[in-house]
Structure formats: structure tokens, C-alpha cells
Write a new protein. Structure first.
Length: 240
């Protein structure tokens, strides 16, 4: 992932979220009573929006601002999920901050140095990309951060960008492979928002990003921080 050295200078919720701490992560079974199994619908574009089945393994990120539940796509991205869950079980991510927050683009973490330049994979070395054309960088999707092709380590980011502020595909025509950008694909981004130029199967960019997780539980309206259209982080309620 090529790091961009610019941030919002206004003191917004996004600015304050830089101090957000991923205090604890764990892997557990989903208690949803409906949804699709991990490999069901794998050939369906945008199936990541569907909720997991009861008993399906999910990751839970407990932060200083609440809980994020994410669905794992271990059949489609086995090495990336093994890396992520393995680091979680080792406690690697505990106590780390989300060091990079850019409104309308991403919330990034997973670096023990907090600088954006650190972190190692479960095996110590970088590992290859696992690109699935049906897993998209929609808002709420978690993808591996990297320094270019096949340089994945420990860092990851949540895609951000609300549908209400989505620029559309006319301005993206030079960056996208128009032969692959179908009406169905466009509708997913126009409805959910996100970063289509990060989709390696559709973008002309030479920097792919492995999507391996998707937020499976949105926070309550009154009780959440809106990170660009999909509420993924709950605020803790003050007890009186």
C-alpha cells in the first residue's frame, strides 16, 4: 500500500478517531440466525453484503469506542484470513491504534509502531495477494494494506466513502477497465459507496488489495460513529 502523507486538518470525528485503540480482538462463532454460509454465493458479485450463518467463524474487534464484528472469507482468501486470525490469536493487534484515518477513504491499523511503516505477517515475511473479483472494496470491507503487489504483512484498512458522496463512474473511466464494469457492479458502489479503484479485477491500477473481511453488524443509529456511510464502530455509552 503506498502511503499518502496528507490528513484532514479540521477537528472532526475522523480526526479524533486517530486515537482509536484496538484494545482486544478475538475469533468467535456468529450468533446470527440467518445469512449465507461462507462459501455459498461465492460466485455472486457483492455477496459480501450478506450476513453470516449462525455458527460461522467471525472476528470481533473490541475498541476504545465499541465493538466491530467482521465476517471472514477464508475460502476465497485463505492465506490472508489465516494471517489475520493467527495474529489475532497471538494478541498481536491488542492495544494498537488506528494510525491512519482519512475521511471518505479509509481507517487503517495493524501497525505496532503506529507509524504506518511497521508490522509483520504471521510468518515474518510478506505474502502474496489473493484477489477475488466478487469481493469488492465497498464501504465496510476490510482489506490488506501493502506497499505494492504481494507485500502483505499485518496492516489492514476499512474502506470508507459514503454512497451519498460517491462521484460515480464517469470520472473514474480512465482508471477502470470498462469492459468489466457492469451495471450490477456500478449499482453496488452507488448504493454502498467505497473505493472501486482499489479493486484489482476492475481497476487499471497495478496495486491490488486483498479483501478478506466485511463488517457484519452495523451499530445502532443513536450510538455510533459514522465512518462514511456504514456505521462500523459503536461509541461507549457513559454510565451515570
Amino acid at each position: 500500500f503506498f502511503f499518502f502523507f496528507f490528513f484532514f486538518k479540521q477537528k472532526t470525528a475522523y480526526e479524533m478517531l486517530r486515537s482509536l485503540v484496538g484494545s482486544e480482538m478475538c475469533i468467535r462463532d456468529s450468533n446470527n440466525s440467518s445469512g449465507t454460509k461462507n462459501n455459498e454465493g461465492a460466485n455472486k458479485l457483492g455477496y459480501q453484503l450478506e450476513k453470516p450463518k449462525a455458527g460461522e467463524e467471525i472476528a470481533v474487534i473490541n475498541t476504545s469506542m465499541g465493538e466491530i464484528k467482521v465476517r471472514l472469507f477464508k475460502n476465497e482468501t485463505p492465506k490472508a484470513v489465516e494471517n489475520f486470525t493467527g495474529l489475532v490469536k497471538k494478541g498481536y493487534y491488542n492495544g494498537l491504534t488506528f494510525h491512519r484515518v482519512i475521511k471518505g477513504f479509509c481507517v487503517q491499523g495493524g501497525d505496532p509502531t503506529g507509524t504506518g511503516a511497521g508490522g509483520q505477517s504471521l510468518w515474518g515475511n510478506t505474502f502474496e495477494d489473493e484477489i477475488n473479483p466478487n469481493l469488492l472494496n465497498l464501504t465496510g470491507a476490510l482489506a490488506m494494506a501493502n506497499r505494492g503487489p504481494n507485500t502483505n504483512g499485518s496492516q489492514f484498512f476499512f474502506n470508507q466513502g459514503g454512497a451519498e458522496s460517491f462521484a460515480g463512474f464517469d470520472k473514474l473511466s480512465q482508471a477502470m477497465d470498462s469492459s468489466k464494469v457492469t451495471d450490477e457492479y456500478k449499482k453496488l458502489y452507488e448504493t454502498n459507496g467505497g473505493n472501486p479503484t482499489l479493486d484489482a479485477s476492475y481497476s487499471l491500477s497495478k496495486s491490488p488489495y486483498t479483501c478478506l473481511l466485511y463488517t457484519s453488524d452495523a451499530a445502532d443509529e443513536e450510538d455510533s460513529v459514522d465512518l462514511g456511510g456504514r456505521r462500523i464502530i459503536k461509541k461507549k455509552k457513559n454510565k451515570k
